[in-house]
Write a protein that binds this ligand. Structure first.
Ligand SMILES: [Zn+2]
Length: 425
């Protein structure tokens, strides 16, 4: 946890922490998004009259290693404190298809079969590992949320309820469980102690094994103004240049990288032990060169982001004020973490948005944290026939617009807030 804050500088308070990778003092603000509740803490209706804690949401960039990161306000035990987590990966069709394509591709590339062993960190409800199980490949999921792990076991995916780090890696090594493929999707950003996590991966990985990880690419976040992907559960935001340095420090060489369209633009990195046989692909040098050209290791690259974010807020509010003055109705679609950053930072509550909907029954009949906007099942939209539907998971725009195409029957329009407000007729 953090120490004293410097007082009297509300526009750019000094961070009290040091860089979670290299230890340098954090002094350079990347963007200050005010304060908001933890984005996965949906408020049950019976707690509607209770207070909820707000935490500062301020990202910094380390001027030594250029890791963009949040100051340490929140420890994971608070985020996952009750062992329950409302995000079930299996409720997104496109994410399920993405996982299946990955399993097919990686099985072929690295020759994974029934004599192999695959470990996934943050395996959620087994949405990905179930594809290896169907191929007869032995798997183990590591998942801190007990309700997600229980759902995974129902799919035949062996799962352990714990966080991953050096300690968990040592236990698994002692049990002789060293994976040929060690993967983690959308977990690296969620790790408070990135050094302990990557060191654990290096320890656990079989001598000739491969690591793959997917995480949002900082270059896309900046280029496309995806400030809403910054929330308390995401401690770190990586360029390829920085993530490669982090893995190298722990003895892992990144030998390939792919750019993916998922989550607004992600990287999939491939790592192995420094001396393993995998040859570096041209993708590695190519992306490093492109990032160098953009200036990812200069302060200037990060300096203009905060003002772009403030302008996005002004534009979104302008749009909402205009349509509300015209007497139109606006609802949301989705209850993703990023939606809560957007709504809380912009100060959008039921004054602008009547309700939102989500396919996950775990989220329905709760209130969004902070904004207290109610979450219903998607059918609600066909009952109330709103004029505008604000897509909070804008990365799933095409999937949602096709699922909800019937809204055009009454002239309903979709609105995407990022990178800037856009109405789809
Ligand atoms: Zn640093």
């Amino acid at each position: 946890m953090t120490g004293q804050k410097t007082e009297g500088q509300p526009s750019s308070p000094a961070a009290s922490a040091s860089c979670r990778f290299c230890g340098a003092a954090l002094s350079e603000s990347f963007v200050d998004l005010g304060s908001s509740p933890l984005c996965q803490k949906h408020v049950p209706l019976h707690k509607a009259q209770e207070a909820e804690p707000f935490f500062p949401l301020h990202a910094y960039v380390c001027t030594e290693c250029y890791l963009v990161q949040l100051d340490e306000f929140v420890v994971p035990s608070e985020i996952f404190g009750d062992g329950e987590y409302a995000y079930f990966a299996s409720f997104s069709d496109s994410w399920l298809a993405h996982a299946k394509r990955y399993v097919d591709a990686v099985s072929e590339r690295f020759g994974l079969g029934k004599d192999s062993f695959v470990v996934e960190i943050a395996s959620n409800d087994g949405y990905l590992l179930q594809n290896f199980v169907k191929r007869g490949v032995p798997v183990l999921g590591i998942e801190p949320a007990s309700n997600c792990a229980a759902a995974a076991r129902e799919k035949g995916v062996e799962s352990r309820v714990c966080f991953f780090g050096l300690e968990t890696a040592r236990q698994l090594v002692n049990e002789g469980k060293r994976p040929d493929l060690l993967l983690g999707n959308n977990v690296l950003a969620h790790v408070p102690d990135v050094n302990d996590f990557v060191a654990g991966m290096q320890l656990l990985l079989a001598d000739s094994g491969v690591i793959t990880m997917e995480f949002p690419h900082l270059v896309r976040l900046i280029a496309e103004n995806q400030f809403d992907t910054i929330y308390h559960e995401h401690f770190s935001y990586f360029s390829f240049t920085t993530v490669r340095r982090i893995f190298a420090r722990h003895g892992i060489r990144l030998f390939d990288v792919e750019e993916l369209p998922t989550h607004g633009g992600s990287l999939r990195i491939y790592g192995c032990h420094q001396t393993a046989r995998h040859q570096n692909t041209d993708n590695v040098a190519g992306l490093l060169a492109r990032e160098a050209e953009l200036g990812v290791e200069t302060r200037e690259y990060y300096a203009s982001f905060a003002e772009k974010v403030r302008e996005t807020k002004r534009r979104l509010l302008e749009f909402l004020i205009q349509v509300k003055r015209q007497g139109k109705s606006v609802v949301g679609y989705g209850a993703p973490g990023k939606g809560n950053t957007l709504l809380n930072y912009c100060g959008i509550r039921r004054d602008f948005i009547d309700y939102t909907v989500d396919r996950s029954p775990h989220k329905q009949n709760n209130l969004l944290p902070g904004s207290r906007i109610p979450i219903y099942a998607p059918e609600k939209i066909f009952e109330t026939k709103p004029d505008y539907i604000l897509l909070l998971p804008w990365n799933l725009r095409e999937e949602i617009m096709s699922q909800m195409s019937r809204v055009r029957e009454w002239g309903g329009k979709f609105v995407v807030p990022i990178p800037s407000v856009k109405v789809f007729e």
